[in-house]
Design a protein around this ligand. Sequence first.
Ligand code: UT7
Length: 364
Amino acid sequence: MGIGTSLPATRVSNFEIESFLDTSDEWIQSRTGIRERRVAEPELTLLQLAARAARAALQAADLDPSAIDAVICSSSSPDATFPSLACRLQAELGCPHGPAFDVQAACSGAIYGMALAQSMIQSGLSRTVLVVAAEIFSRVLDWSDRSTAVLFGDGAGALVVGSSNQEGAQIVALDLGADGGGAWALDTIRYHPIKQEPARLRPEYATSDRAMDRVVHMDGREVFRFSTKILEQIVLRLAGAARIEVDQIALIVPHQANSRILGTAAGRLGVPFDRFTCNVDRLGNTSSASIPLALAEAEGQGRCHTGDLVCLVAFGAGLTWGGVLLRWQPTGVVVDDPGDLEKSNQSLSDTEGRSTPRREEISG
Ligand code: UT7
């Protein structure tokens, strides 16, 4: 396995959003844990963002695009209904003409993609699958709706999934599910520009061309209830499938929707919060990209050790959910973040007692 991520350089703080929306940094931080998010520059396309993450993952896995015989993409903010992002990415990267398709499982998309990749490999259909989750949610938000506009951010993450005799983290257990009866709680509705604030108050990202003529709409409380419950259930089910106790899981990498959701789920599971990864403060909710982004960050910070059980847990619109339990092995990570001011030098220098994956940064 190899992991690659890419982020737009532009950071948008809660204070900037305060300048055009009836909200406050205090409200956003106390209800969600979010301080800032990345927002794609108007000229950046979803394909470009996805391709940057994909190239980073290939570099991390030390593979040429010719080694990829299937491409699976996930995006809830595609810039076209068809052709799929996966087909366009396959051509962009120059991968062979194996299967290429998108999965639509909202924030659970990367986990659905990993599960499909694993099945395709086990069935003998594919050998090495590229799974890419890429989101430019800023283009499917109604920037006059404070109940959703403050929550999301843009970014992409990619994973190279290979057979069990290839290097990197190994999949131990999988769990996928959906309840379409809850579809109403998080969906898209027709965009009504009349609701927009006067144009002079809006930043550039709120006026750029929309990917779709529909915008995100959510019953936050209902999704909150669902998220805390399902997060707990997935961890328990994966532990059951692997015949382990929950406290044997070294690290839980959940979908980064809201730090309060993670805190509530940690309490329900009786797991200390420091065993959860949380980067929602800096990236907001990047939908299906959030788990690869959080996993890459955890590995870069030296939080994944050889032999550790690492649990990825996703939940989102559909309603969908999914989990992957990994047995950690040294796994290459490459981060393409032209907006990273610190370049994570401190965490890179602290490598004592951990596996020694290759971790690289691609500058601007
Ligand atoms: O990725 C998919 C998964 N997504 C999620 O998991 C999101 C789950 N939901 C949540 O994270 C939370 O429900 C939210 C953060 C979305 C909302 O937090 P909440 O504590 O559930 O707030 P609420 O919706 O109950 O609203 C409380 C108040 C309302 O005002 P009144 O009716 O009490 O006067 C809202 O109008 O907060 C108001 N409000 C805001 N105020 C300032 C809602 N959004 C904002 C805002 N700024 N941005």
